[in-house]
Design a protein. Structure first.
Length: 93
């Protein structure tokens, strides 16, 4: 245990929050990417899917996280990527 006035993070860089303008830029990019995924998606194909697969595709459109979406769908990431391609949803980075 550190003594009086000593830091628990001694020897490590302090955890700093990113500047607000950087956070706003990331939020703006996230919304731009989300909108691109929405516009590109084949909504008819998505609506035809079983509920858990449809939920996974919708999650991916909103969040862009292939790994969580694959788990929702009960698929591997490779299997989910094939489904995502068939649904015409791009991966935006």
């Amino acid at each position: 245990m550190p003594g009086r006035g000593e830091s628990l993070t001694r020897g490590r860089a302090p955890c700093l929050s990113p500047p607000e303008e950087l956070v706003r830029e990331w939020e703006r990019e996230d919304e731009e990417f989300r909108e691109l995924r929405r516009r590109s998606a084949d909504w008819e194909f998505i609506e035809e899917q079983p509920p858990h697969v449809r939920a996974a595709l919708l999650y991916f459109i909103e969040r862009g996280d292939r790994y969580v979406a694959a788990r929702i769908a009960g698929l591997t990431v490779d299997e989910f990527d094939e489904l995502r391609r068939r649904a015409n949803i791009p991966v935006v980075v």
